[in-house]
Design a protein around this ligand. Structure first.
Ligand SMILES: Cc1cc2nc3c(=O)[nH]c(=O)nc-3n(C[C@H](O)[C@H](O)[C@H](O)COP(=O)(O)OP(=O)(O)OC[C@H]3O[C@@H](n4cnc5c(N)ncnc54)[C@H](O)[C@@H]3O)c2cc1C
Length: 1001
């Protein structure tokens, strides 16, 4: 055994001995809390339900609500598996007035275990007690998630007051060790950086720093004046780089460069941790003043894993617990080896991690008083006491705040305490012995993978999902990474000189130029022409039909495998040109960076998903096993397909419709929207590079009224795939229904139209989530998504609070030219839309109350984000699709009325619901009339394969884009039946699939 390991074990055993002298349960509170935690550790389902119940409890106002929720959350556990609950629920039914306060009291008690005080005054009692135990403090202000700049200002003011208050109240307090005291000011405040700027966007760390620095400077200044220490806490990975950069920027400023009392957190569960720490130390040496690093493992492990799986990103955290433990030790050694410039604060309850730090510090000859151990309030009391007894410096992390904002902190602690992988549970609940608890984590890597903790597929599919039913989405670009931001910035810069190019029509593989061009304009700068496409005439339309019809004769016989491979090649090209295409969308349709990338990602997904789906449906399939006969169903393509696409998802929707038509064996005339015709030209280019044969895809930009109308009426066009407005959609539907002279096939129309999408906010909804997601659903891409939320229906109990926070959040949105990273609201598509929306807003002002209207840049088609309140269901604002950044808020009495109002519309596209009542959620799942119903999340952002997308009523006639049934619309089904009995003899079995039907040569 190495001498370091020996020393770690010696120290670990010493800590355990001291811990055992003052035995205390893992949880200091007995009774309800202990029983609840014990059940949680035994039963995962109970744990999930219990923590969800705890999460909602603080926001419930009435006793009956509490009883109702309790009963709903534990509806399936009333059979006695959890006796204390069963009794509770029964009692609650009889005496709600008695039980609800008792429950609330119990949960408040639980929260009080982890929350050191209601407010800065209240926390002083705790701090004084700890002082007597020789334990220092760092205070953290709990708060709701900030959704607006108003809320961030409040947080900043609270931080400043906290620094002042703590300094005043602790005058005369001395450092408990009395040695190296200059490194460890008594007053220590932990600041949550994300609470100081509501518009932090991973794509734009510079903007974050520009807003955060002015909020932090007064706090830092005051802290320095009163001799306090400020620590920057670390939150989710999305904010990590900005937080590090902010720290380096601020503390290099002249004013703070020589101030040593600043610290930042490094999270050892991150794969980046070692590199970040080394960079930070290098920076510290350059700066030339000491600073502190609090080393922790990290509090957002589950969240990071889930987020990465949802977006197809590399998981930023280690996946095995011993890897995090081992990395903690790597970082510990780096910190201690650089003690001359950085002070170490070890934030851990794990005796092995602590003992390792102690042993290594001793090996390096670092005095005990020069390092600090930090532990959370309400956890691991005996370990804190043991460390104090051993002569170490201990500081307690003390969250302060009310119960409601404290709930998410409480739930994080409950999860941590019941985690099967956690040290505290292993030691205090499972009673693992020291030899297990003190093992070198490196020796455990790869040995402890439990079922469920293995690396999930990118989409989190379990291994028993049938192959073929799964589709791995292409990843989104993660703008957290500097390289991604650089690539996007370069792509935008490289696009600028290319603007204004001309693009021809393509028919039968030939390029055709015309005298007339349609200019595609940058809506952020209407004087800038993004590109000009040749305008097709009716004659061109005729030529295109002839070419497509001719090409169909061959293409319909090409194997589906060959067609699927074509799509896959296009996807590869699109992926290669990804940043360039995103940059084009920024200029051509005013998409903010992440929205543009989302559109290209979706286009790639359509190509790959439909290729996969075609393979699943390409072979003739036996309809039934019946002796003596075989019947196979298969599909034929329809013929010439016309694709008419909108500008709002200029690559995704166009690609989706085109690729579905082509992979099923149809030939296509592609008419992009005039406003996004350059995107259409790019798609044509990519298909050509991928080897699409002449005539199979024809690019026909032009005026809808002219060529669109002509082609819809054309006797040889059998299939029309349209996405766009209700007005045009209904006209196509009607026109296509009339048969013409010489027409041999009834036209099939796939028609996706608009929505008037409602989102309901229940009385128990988590408003932090509801506000952020509604703002995104309503104003993301300027509300120009057919899925966008345009009616927010709020139950009256929450109405005032929702409106206040919503308006403040809207006022904080970044509106501007989306060439800038981090813009949320850009311009609307063109002057017509701009004028129409401004007129609608004027109408709205006459019928409802204008609660908010933003300000916008003077140049470009910018419509101010607008919120109307006191909107009634029969007003124009409630009924007509606006397709812009205008949100109407309606107040309703109860859920019955909310559902009635939500469903009372011509449309049925998307709908959302925010609630924490399991019964209400189930009800809404059953009753909301919409093609896509979203619970507790935004109502936009459908992902191919995951959220097959599309509606009914006046929202569309056709089935789900990006779903398993979509391709069927582009084909005619055929069944071929053969009697295979000869003189009473027939084969025993018939294969389920057979080769495609083809003429034998
Ligand atoms: C004073 C203090 C301040 C803190 N400040 C912050 C902060 O600003 N930001 C922050 O994010 N965290 C912070 N934390 C850390 C966090 O809240 C947890 O308390 C801490 O990660 C628990 O680690 P441990 O060493 O006590 O326990 P252990 O039981 O040894 O470790 C548990 C940790 O291991 C990691 N882990 C769990 N399962 C796995 C797995 N399968 N694979 C890989 N890793 C896994 C997780 O990080 C988990 O929290 C702080 C902790 C303390 C004590």
């Amino acid at each position: 055994m190495s001498s370091l390991q020996q020393q770690i074990e010696d120290r670990g055993l010493q800590i355990f001995d001291l811990v055992d002298q003052n035995p205390e349960s893992i949880f200091t509170k007995a009774g309800f809390y202990q029983r609840m935690m014990a059940f949680s550790m035994r039963d995962e389902h109970f744990k999930v339900q219990m923590f969800r119940f705890v999460d909602v409890l603080a926001s419930l106002r009435h006793s009956t609500d509490i009883v109702q929720h309790l009963s709903e959350y534990f509806a399936d556990m009333r059979n006695g598996s959890v006796p204390f609950l069963q009794t509770g629920i029964k009692a609650a039914r009889v005496f709600p007035w008695l039980t609800a306060p008792v429950l609330r009291w119990n949960v408040s008690g639980m929260a009080r275990q982890f929350i050191a005080g209601r407010d800065p005054e209240d926390v002083m009692k705790t701090l004084r007690r700890r002082r007597r135990e020789k334990i220092g403090f760092t205070v953290d202000l709990l708060g709701e998630a900030v959704v607006s700049e108003h809320e961030t200002d409040e947080y900043a003011a609270r931080c400043l007051a906290l620094v002042e208050g703590l300094a005043a109240q602790t005058k005369g307090w001395r450092d408990p060790l009395g040695k190296n005291t200059e490194l460890f000011p008594v007053v220590n405040v932990s600041v949550k950086i994300s609470a100081l700027y509501s518009q932090m966007n991973p794509a734009d760390p510079e903007d974050a720093i520009a807003h955060l620095a002015p909020k932090l400077r007064p706090i830092l200044r005051r802290a320095r004046e009163v001799g306090a220490f400020i620590n920057f806490d670390m939150e989710s990975y999305a904010h990590k780089n900005a937080t590090l950069q902010l720290f380096r920027t601020l503390f290099m400023e002249e004013e703070f460069r020589e101030w040593p009392h600043a610290g930042i957190v490094i999270q050892a569960y991150l794969r980046d941790a070692e590199r970040d720490l080394r960079d930070l130390i290098e920076w510290g040496r350059m700066r030339g003043t000491r600073f502190t690093v609090r080393l922790v493992k990290g509090a957002y492990w589950d969240y990071e894993k889930i987020k990465a799986a949802q977006n197809g990103w590399r998981v930023p955290v280690f996946l095995q617990k011993p890897e995090s433990d081992a990395n903690f030790e790597v970082c510990t050694r780096i910190l201690l080896e650089n003690e001359s410039i950085v002070t170490s604060a070890f934030g851990s309850h794990n005796v092995r991690s602590i003992a390792h730090a102690q042993a290594y510090a001793e090996q390096l000859g670092i005095d005990k008083s020069r390092i600090e151990f930090q532990l959370l309030y309400g956890m691991a009391g005996p370990i804190k006491r043991a460390l104090v007894e051993m002569g170490y410096r201990v500081r307690e992390y003390c969250p302060v705040g009310e119960l409601l904002p404290g709930m998410s902190y409480l739930v994080r602690r409950l999860l941590e305490n019941t985690s099967n992988e956690g040290f505290l549970k292993a030691k205090f609940s499972d009673k693992a012995g020291p030899e297990l608890l003190l093992r070198d984590p490196r020796s455990l890597i790869g040995k402890q993978i439990r079922p469920g903790s293995s690396i999930p597929g990118r989409n989190g599919q379990s291994l028993d999902t049938p192959p073929g039913d799964t589709y791995e989405n292409s990843p989104l670009v993660n703008f957290v990474h500097e390289k991604s931001r650089d690539r996007m910035r370069s792509a935008i810069n490289e696009m600028r000189p290319r603007l204004g190019q001309k693009y021809p029509i393509t028919i039968d593989g030939k390029k055709i130029w015309t005298d007339n061009f349609i200019d595609s304009i940058n809506p952020s700068r209407p004087t800038q022409v993004v590109g000009a496409v040749a305008e097709a005439t009716v004659e061109h339309a005729e030529q295109a039909v002839v070419a497509a019809k001719k090409a169909f004769e061959h293409w319909c016989r090409v194997s589906f495998e060959h067609r699927a491979e074509l799509l896959e090649r296009v996807a590869t090209i699109m992926d290669r040109r990804r940043f360039e295409l995103s940059a084009l969308e920024v200029f051509e349709v005013g998409k903010p960076w992440a929205e543009a990338d989302g559109d290209i990602r979706e286009a790639i997904d359509f190509l790959l998903f439909y290729a996969q789906q075609m393979r699943l449906r390409g072979l003739p399939r036996l309809t039934q096993h019946v002796p003596g006969e075989e019947s196979y169903q298969h599909y034929w393509p329809r013929g010439v397909a016309l694709v008419v696409a909108p500008w709002n998802f200029p690559m995704a929707i166009l690609t989706g419709m085109v690729s579905a038509a082509i992979v099923t064996g149809n030939t296509v005339i592609m008419k992009p929207a005039e406003q996004s015709a350059v995107c259409g030209a790019m798609l044509m280019e990519m298909f050509e590079e991928a080897g699409v044969p002449p005539g199979v895809l024809n690019f026909l930009p032009g005026k809808g009224r002219v060529i669109g109308q002509h082609l819809v009426e054309h006797k040889d066009v059998y299939m029309i795939a349209f996405t766009g407005s209700r007005e045009v959609g209904l006209r196509i539907w009607k026109t296509a229904g009339e048969t013409r002279e010489g027409q041999l096939e009834l036209k099939r129309v796939v028609c996706e139209m608009g929505g008037k999408n409602p989102v309901i906010v229940d009385s128990d909804a988590d408003l932090d989530e509801a506000i952020v997601d509604t703002i995104y659903s309503a104003f993301g891409y300027q509300g120009q998504k057919c899925s966008a939320c345009s009616r927010l229906i709020v139950l009256e109990e929450n109405y005032d609070r929702v409106v206040k926070r919503l308006v403040e959040a809207a006022a904080s949105l970044r509106v501007g030219n989306p060439e800038e990273p981090g813009i949320t609201v850009g311009p609307v598509i063109d002057e017509t839309a701009y004028r129409r929306m401004l007129a609608t807003i004027e109408t709205g002002k006459k019928e409802a109350t204008l609660a908010f209207q933003g300000t916008v840049p003077p140049e470009g088609f910018f419509v101010p984000p607008t919120i109307f309140t006191n909107v009634k269901p029969d007003m124009v604002l409630s009924c007509e699709e606006i397709f812009g950044p205008v949100l109407s808020v309606l107040k309703v009495r109860d859920l019955d009325e909310a559902i009635r109002v939500a469903n009372d519309t011509d449309y049925a596209l998307t709908a959302g619901f925010f609630s924490r009542s399991p019964a209400n959620i189930e009800r809404v799942k059953a009753e909301l009339v919409a093609g896509n119903v979203y619970i507790n999340r935004s109502c936009t952002g459908a992902v191919v394969g995951r959220h097959p997308f599309g509606g009914f009523k006046m929202s569309g006639g056709g089935t789900k884009a990006g779903g398993g049934d979509y391709l069927l619309q582009f084909m005619v089904p055929r069944v071929v039946t053969e009697n295979i009995m000869r003189h009473g003899f027939a084969p025993d079995t018939t294969p389920e699939f057979r080769a495609p039907f083809s003429v034998l040569k």
